[in-house]
Design a protein around this ligand. Structure first.
Ligand SMILES: NC(=O)c1ccc[n+]([C@@H]2O[C@H](COP(=O)([O-])OP(=O)(O)OC[C@H]3O[C@@H](n4cnc5c(N)ncnc54)[C@H](O)[C@@H]3O)[C@@H](O)[C@H]2O)c1
Length: 336
């Protein structure tokens, strides 16, 4: 289906779930963007979950988001259990404004929910010629190194910078071997997951997505990935006032309360230390790396974000494919 038609459908569904037109529009943009960058696990496949949580009073569609200004650079946002997209949209815009005034903008968010792709917000800063780092925690999926139980989320780490070209550098990566959304989609569609990404509940390696969801996801790079997940839990949970240490609720299965996810947005002017030469320096950096001799079969060394940009451009010209399961969801939500 055409992306603008689909965007309107999503918007109307969310308006019917009591979101304001503006907030519904912010959510619809983010959901469609996930589909267009090739991350359907963070797109339409979650719409019913958001609506279910609104109906169960676990997401507040009429949230009164409070922004507390701590200094010219620093703000603290209480999202009042708003849908994560809206809290994150306000937070990145606040961080951008703070950074434009003082060189750095640091914004912490508490009482938020799942906001989709970190890279979507990073792009907003990079488009304004700013550098950015974004952290969010997520429900338990990954066992800390040495532990038998999942506690860390797939806690993405995101870094973005202007590149002096129209394609931004955006590293946006889960700390798990595979993101949980992909496992959910595989479980739902009966597809196997790759080897080496998860263990079942008995600690045995599995390629069965359902068993992986009951078991433990593996972090990238063993104890190093576990350490990065822990860092993200501290920065986005302990530091912000959000839930942490495994207390973020799974939005699909845990209806015992709001998620109270924490996010951290850190935006910087790239000219802080090297003035206007940043542009020249980042271009040189990328050029040198791209010119390295390549492994057999590799045509081009890509920087993070380049692949997603290519997918986005290609998908813009195509219809968005809606799976049977999503059509069922949309029918249940009354708009198909
Ligand atoms: N909100 C949440 O709770 C939550 C949790 C986990 C993940 N996520 C989101 O899920 C998305 C997907 O995460 P993921 O870990 O599956 O990402 P991924 O594995 O698709 O990509 C990770 C990074 O590697 C880069 N990359 C991919 N192929 C490359 C190549 N050939 N050369 C160079 N760089 C390359 C990508 O541009 C990206 O920056 C992210 O946007 C993340 O923010 C959200």
């Amino acid at each position: 289906m055409n992306s603008s038609k689909l965007k309107n459908i999503i918007k109307n569904i969310l308006i019917n779930h009591k979101l304001s037109k503006n907030h519904a529009s912010i959510c619809a943009e983010a959901i469609i963007n996930a589909e267009l960058v090739g991350a359907p696990s963070h797109g339409l496949s979650r719409l019913k979950m958001y609506c279910d949580r609104i109906q169960k009073n676990l997401i507040n569609p009429k949230s009164k988001i409070k922004i507390k200004k701590i200094s010219q650079s620093i703000s603290h946002i209480d999202a009042n259990n708003s849908i994560g997209f809206v809290a994150a949209d306000i937070a990145i815009k606040t961080a951008i404004n703070n950074a434009k005034k003082t060189g750095i903008g640091l914004v912490a968010v508490k009482n938020s929910g799942h906001y989709g792709l970190s890279g979507y917000y990073a792009e907003q800063a990079v488009k304004k010629n700013l550098m950015v780092m974004i952290f969010t925690n997520a429900p338990p999926a990954v066992a800390p190194h040495g532990a038998l139980k999942s506690l860390f989320g797939t806690n993405p780490i995101c870094f973005g910078t202007p590149t002096g070209s129209k394609i931004p550098f955006i590293l946006d990566t889960s700390i798990s071997m595979i993101n949980r959304g992909k496992i959910r989609v595989a479980a739902r569609d009966g597809i196997k997951i790759p080897e080496g990404v998860a263990l079942d509940k008995f600690g045995k390696p599995t390629t069965n997505a359902k068993k992986a969801l009951e078991g433990v996801q593996l972090p990238i790079a063993s104890f190093r990935g576990s350490g990065l997940a822990w860092m993200v839990d501290i920065l986005s949970g302990v530091f912000t006032g959000g839930n942490h240490a495994g207390k973020v609720k799974d939005p699909f299965t845990d209806f015992s309360g709001p998620q109270n996810i924490g996010h951290l947005f850190f935006v910087m002017k790239p000219n802080l230390f090297v003035g206007n030469s940043y542009n020249k320096r980042i271009k040189e950096n990328i050029k040198i790396i791209k010119k390295l001799p390549k492994i057999k079969g590799v045509k081009e060394i890509l920087y993070p974000g380049q692949n997603k940009y290519k997918i986005y451009k290609k998908n813009l010209k195509r219809e968005i494919v809606i799976t049977k399961n999503i059509i069922e969801d949309l029918k249940k939500l009354g708009k198909f």
